[in-house]
Design a protein around this ligand. Structure first.
Ligand code: ARG
Length: 447
């Protein structure tokens, strides 16, 4: 492509070192769509005849079909997807193909391709999130009233429901979706026409090209358009955060399916055995979700570090943006799909959950609230209940069976009425609280 200035061929080691075709081949549908839009603008500017445009468009569509059918041979010597396609087009159609790169550089081309690719993949990620949310919602619906301990510091805190716990993840996934949509809005701007860095003396209709490709507008500054990888960094962050949310869910499920908790049973189809210990049933999907999230975060760091020292505009370092981008998208798509399947099939062990929540200590806060309702200042109530808790621990008498009236005259017999899990949950009627009716209403609203 640049033989005019060079007297030597590129060393094969440099070809091997510099190629990106082994991974950027997957940009082909976007590269071809971008080229067709670019060629049409050339025709409209009088740079191509209608016949030349049609040769280019037909040739590119044939290449598209060949790649899709696995009939296209990618060449490492042609470095990347852009040159592989252009060279093959020219080989097939001759002179008209050689005109395609007018007023274009691989620099605006690659920025266009990765934006189109990211836009498409964000759509797929949104679908993946929606499917996972549906799985969480159906489990939450079944278990809107299944009482389970809620934890802080991994110590039992207060009773909640399994439905409420699962809906917490639905909230996180909602925000992840909205961040993806937001990121898509920002990246859906066309860099084509920015050239290598300084636009072109040949003015094509950038807005028409952008409209044909479904972009919402054109980039404002050619140097920014070439150098910018914000949109990838932002997407990698959103993907990382979604991974972090699912990694936390994984950690909850790993605990919940242990013998110690025993709150859920994962299906045989979503667990693995041990080659040595016959009794084992391991939550590998959860562990791999947690483990692969490390890669997602690593990919974000990879890109940020690659970009941080680059002067404007394009530097070849930027080619390194694609492996982390592709890997994060592929990884999160798989994480979403496998978790949706696993969660839909998971069994919640209602009795075990309730038994764990039945420790009256979980209602110590409710007892303090009861005292407050009798007019005791909260700090004082906290201390009074703390004393009752200490006595329960020292005497081995459960909190709900202690003679509270003997501890302080502020207690009456009615104080024991707080020791009902169902009443405790029913009493939490404020928006956002784990009252089963709240949980059901939230699910109904979403449905
Ligand atoms: N394969 C390159 C990349 O991914 C395309 C742009 C190459 N531009 C250049 N001036 N060498 O970044």
């Amino acid at each position: 492509m640049w033989k005019g200035r060079f007297a030597q061929d590129t060393s094969s080691l440099v070809q091997q070192f510099g190629e990106s075709i082994s991974y950027d081949w997957r940009l082909f549908p976007h590269d071809i769509a971008g080229s067709i839009a670019h060629a049409r603008a050339q025709m409209n500017a009088g740079l191509l005849t209608a016949d030349e445009f049609s040769q280019i468009a037909t040739g590119l569509k044939e290449i598209l079909a060949d790649i899709e059918a696995g009939r296209f041979e990618f060449k490492t010597s042609l470095e990347d997807i852009h040159m592989n396609i252009e060279a093959e087009l020219t080989r097939r159609i001759g002179a008209a193909g050689a005109k395609l790169h007018t007023a274009r550089s691989r620099n605006d081309q690659v920025a266009t391709d990765t934006r189109l690719y990211s836009r498409h993949e964000i759509g797929e990620l949104l679908e993946g999130i929606a499917t996972l949310k549906n799985a969480l919602l159906s489990q939450a619906e079944k278990h809107a009233a299944t009482v389970v301990p809620g934890y802080t510091h991994l110590q039992r805190g207060q009773p909640v429901t399994v439905g409420h716990h699962l809906l917490a993840y639905v909230e996180m996934l909602d925000r992840d979706s909205s961040r993806l949509v937001d990121c898509r809005k920002r990246l859906n701007i066309s860099p084509l026409g920015s050239g290598a860095l300084a636009g072109s003396t040949i003015n094509l209709d950038r807005r028409a090209i952008a409209a044909e490709l479904g972009f919402d507008g054109v980039t404002v500054n050619s140097m920014d358009a070439i150098a910018d990888r914000d949109y990838i960094a932002e997407l990698l962050f959103v993907i990382s955060l979604c991974g972090v949310h699912l990694s936390r869910l994984s950690e909850d499920l790993i605990l919940w399916c242990s013998a110690e908790f025993g709150f859920v049973t994962l299906s045989d189809a979503h667990t693995t055995g041990s080659s040595l210990m016959p009794q084992k049933k391991n939550p590998d999907v959860c562990e791999l979700t947690r483990g692969k999230t490390g890669r997602l975060v690593g990919n974000l760091m990879n890109l940020l570090v690659a970009v941080k020292g680059l002067p404007l505009t394009y530097n070849r370092d930027l080619q390194e943006d694609k492996p982390p981008l592709f890997d994060s998208i592929d990884t999160l798509k798989l994480i979403l799909a496998v978790n949706a399947e696993m969660i839909a099939a998971m069994e919640v062990r209602t009795e075990r959950c309730r038994a764990a929540a039945s420790d009256p200590m979980l209602l110590a806060t409710d007892l303090a609230d009861w005292l407050v309702k009798q007019g005791v200042p909260f700090r004082h109530a906290h201390e009074l209940v703390g004393k009752a808790v200490a006595e329960s621990i020292a005497s081995g008498v459960p909190l709900d069976q202690l003679d509270l009236t003997a501890i302080d005259p502020a207690y009456t017999e009615d104080a024991k009425s707080v020791f009902s899990l169902d009443r405790a949950l029913a009493a939490r009627t404020n928006p956002g609280a784990p009252n089963p009716e709240n949980v059901k209403a939230e699910i109904a609203k979403r449905k």
